[in-house]
Design a protein around this ligand. Structure first.
Ligand code: CMP
Length: 133
């Protein structure tokens, strides 16, 4: 069994999509091991997205993730990391395949509704970031 971190981002929480997105995971054999609805500060968002600190979109990205409530979840299944990335679809909703979460619900590359860990190492770091104990 593998675990990955998933975030339902502010644009999706704001549009009441929490349950719809959770159902996407549950209907695709993911177990939601733990979840928290939180509102993080910009400083926390900067720490979370530190891998992107040299990117031109870093500041806007951190403003955005801290702009409203989010839902952070630990998802579990075999091949959870890759399967979650497939289920989410491409980062930019306009490039995401039909049926994926970002195609269905994403608004733009920033407001793309969900985040998912991209590797085993990052999944461990990201899970530990939000679920320390
Ligand atoms: P996420 O999977 O949360 O990881 C970093 C986020 O940066 C990404 O989703 C996008 O929402 C956001 N982002 C904004 N601009 C870009 C870009 N040009 N390329 C990649 N990600 C971007």
């Amino acid at each position: 069994m593998e675990r990955t971190l998933s975030i339902i981002k502010p644009d999706a929480v704001e549009r009441d999509l929490i349950q719809k997105i959770k159902d996407e995971f549950l209907n695709n054999s993911f177990k939601i091991v733990n979840e928290r609805k939180i509102h993080i500060t910009k400083q926390e968002a900067e720490k979370f997205y530190k891998v992107h600190e040299t990117k031109p979109f870093y500041s806007d990205l951190c403003d955005y993730l801290s702009s409203g409530p989010i839902v952070v979840m630990i998802l579990e299944k075999e091949n959870a990391i890759l399967d979650n990335r497939k289920l989410m679809g491409a980062t930019n909703p306009t490039e995401a395949e039909e049926g994926t979460i970002r195609k269905k619900y994403g608004i733009s590359i920033d407001k793309n509704s969900v985040h998912g860990s991209d590797s085993l190492d990052n999944a461990k770091i990201e899970i530990n970031f939000f679920f320390k104990d």
